[in-house]
Write a protein that binds this ligand. Structure first.
Ligand SMILES: *[C@@H]1O[C@H](CO)[C@@H](O)[C@H](O)[C@H]1NC(C)=O
Ligand SMILES: *[C@@H]1O[C@H](CO)[C@@H](O)[C@H](O)[C@H]1NC(C)=O
Length: 223
């Protein structure tokens, strides 16, 4: 019985080289997201997260540490807060421990956007890189540390004061090239990530353990 149970758990969780693929979120819905299993659990006091996104809507959450029931809400979130097709600037909101900073960046919104965020608890300093260019530094939640025990989710963020995802932040579009490290990468290394030449040691897109919840479709990468 125990062997069968283990088999079922393993069977429902794919581990894949996603190099030529993307996750496609066809509609905005709190039922649709992807749960990632990091290679390590426990708490991190510094990290780098990189990913590529191609959003259909301005307001949407890309990446969150935790799941719909995690005790600490919005432990770490990458959120794209506005995106207008008439101008090349957009805002990212980064949340740590449910506190937020807003960072303006420039990118062509009709192409996929590559982002990296680094954070160091000792100083609270946060770097935000878009297509290889760094935005002005920000500071957030010095002394906090993030906990990976509930995993990582793509395409959603939490509702305030309740369990479950916040519908206004549900993602529609494409997410790919998700990597995470337990360190602050150097600018040179972030350049290599942009060229797709290096894999994360906490999350690696080239050996990804994930579970699709709801309607998210794995598709070939077209760019
Ligand atoms: C995290 O947020 C909680 C709730 O707002 C707060 O009590 C706690 O002090 C914060 N932790 C740190 C290290 O700032
Ligand atoms: C949902 O997210 C939006 C956009 O970030 C925010 O303004 C709103 O307060 C959030 N609502 C809840 C219930 O968390």
């Amino acid at each position: 019985m125990r062997v069968l149970w283990l088999f079922l758990i393993v069977g429902s969780m794919a581990q894949k080289d996603m190099d030529r693929n993307i996750f496609f979120f066809p509609k905005r819905s709190v039922n649709d997201y992807v749960l990632l299993t990091p290679t390590m659990t426990g708490s991190l006091n510094k990290f780098t997260v990189c990913l590529r996104s191609y959003a259909q809507h301005g307001h949407s959450a890309l990446f969150i540490v935790g799941n719909p029931e995690s005790k600490i809400h919005n432990m770490f979130v990458v959120y794209q807060s506005s995106l207008t097709y008439s101008q090349p600037y957009f805002d990212s909101s980064i949340y740590i421990n449910n506190s937020q900073v807003c960072i303006t960046a420039k990118a062509d919104v009709l192409q996929s956007i590559h982002r990296c965020v680094t954070w160091d608890s000792d100083t609270g300093v946060l770097q935000h890189w878009v297509n290889g260019k760094v935005s002005p530094l920000a500071v957030l939640q010095r002394g906090f540390s993030i906990d990976l025990q509930d995993g990582i989710s793509l395409g959603q963020m939490r509702r305030n004061g309740a369990t479950g995802w916040n519908f206004t932040a549900s993602f529609q579009g494409e997410i790919s090239d998700v990597h995470m490290w337990n360190s602050v990468l150097s600018p040179e290394t972030i350049g290599k990530v942009l060229l797709n030449n290096i894999n994360g040691n906490v999350i690696s897109w080239r050996s990804l353990s994930y579970t699709i919840k709801g309607d998210v479709i794995v598709q070939p990468k077209l760019y």
